[in-house]
Write a protein that binds this ligand. Structure first.
Ligand code: 6PG
Length: 245
């Protein structure tokens, strides 16, 4: 199903979503390496990506030596904390593939503050993508999820990071409990990507998915609009159950 600037793909179950996501990863990785010699991807946290990462870790022939992994958003906790997205990504993917350590770009959450960490992460992206402060990185592929409130990355409804138009990363410290601060990519970094895949499963996401796809929504996930790229929604039957056919 195509909506003006997005492709909605509906699958019987999460296994079929993951199969398609791995195919897309493989296609974009091979194309990016062929064209530029590297492939850059940014990964989200949460539960949905766990199966994707495990499937990627088992996929043969991916160009891990040319792949650079960034983090879409991070909980501001130590890397060994159970809430750490980087810990989840390491345990489900990075420890199982032959990716050079210099190709892994976590958000530094130790010996820092959320604001300093966001500034440092932005500097790392500026340097890696060899861009100046008023330019935006072009990730080849970004994976996003969506919350029931329509958040994506750590871009939550009503928070200042939603309105960031220059900086590539932001600290999320307002309207979160102490110890629940985050660092997130902002829309300038997200919406310049070549490909964005938003995966959602389960009936609890159905209402947000319907609003984001079919209404003129102000939800953060509705602000995901790649300027010069493609946006794919990979949904299971439950998450897509409220979409008009
Ligand atoms: C995070 C994620 C977040 C996630 C959504 C969906 O750090 O939690 O980046 O944005 O993608 O909350 O999470 P689930 O995949 O667990 O439903």
């Amino acid at each position: 199903m195509k909506h003006k600037d997005k492709e909605i793909l509906i699958f019987d179950n999460i296994e079929k979503i993951i199969d398609h996501a791995v195919e897309k990863w493989t296609e974009v990785a091979e194309q990016s390496v062929k064209e530029k010699g590297i492939f850059t991807a940014a990964l989200s946290g949460g539960r949905t990506p766990v199966m994707l990462h495990k499937a990627l870790s088992e996929k043969k022939g991916l160009p891990w030596d040319r792949t650079h992994i960034f983090i879409v958003d991070e909980r501001f906790v130590p890397f060994d904390h159970e809430d750490s997205n980087f810990l989840m990504i390491q345990n489900t993917l990075l420890k199982h593939v032959r990716i050079p350590s210099e190709n892994i770009h976590p958000v530094q959450t130790e010996n820092s503050t959320p604001v300093l960490s966001a500034e440092k992460y932005e500097k790392e992206m500026l340097s890696f993508f060899n861009i100046s402060e008023n330019e935006f990185p072009r990730f080849d592929l970004i994976f996003l999820g969506i919350g029931e409130d329509g958040h994506t990355a750590s871009l939550f409804p009503g928070t200042p990071a939603l309105n960031e138009t220059i900086h590539l990363a932001a600290a999320v410290t307002q309207s979160v409990k102490p110890g629940k601060e985050r660092v997130t990519l902002t829309f300038p970094a997200i919406n310049n990507a070549g490909n964005i895949i938003l995966m959602a499963t389960g009936v609890d996401k159905a209402s947000a998915i319907r609003e984001v796809i079919e209404e003129d929504s102000s939800m953060p996930a509705a602000m995901v609009r790649p300027e010069r790229g493609k946006l794919f929604f990979l949904l299971d039957k439950d998450a897509s159950s409220l979409l008009s056919r």
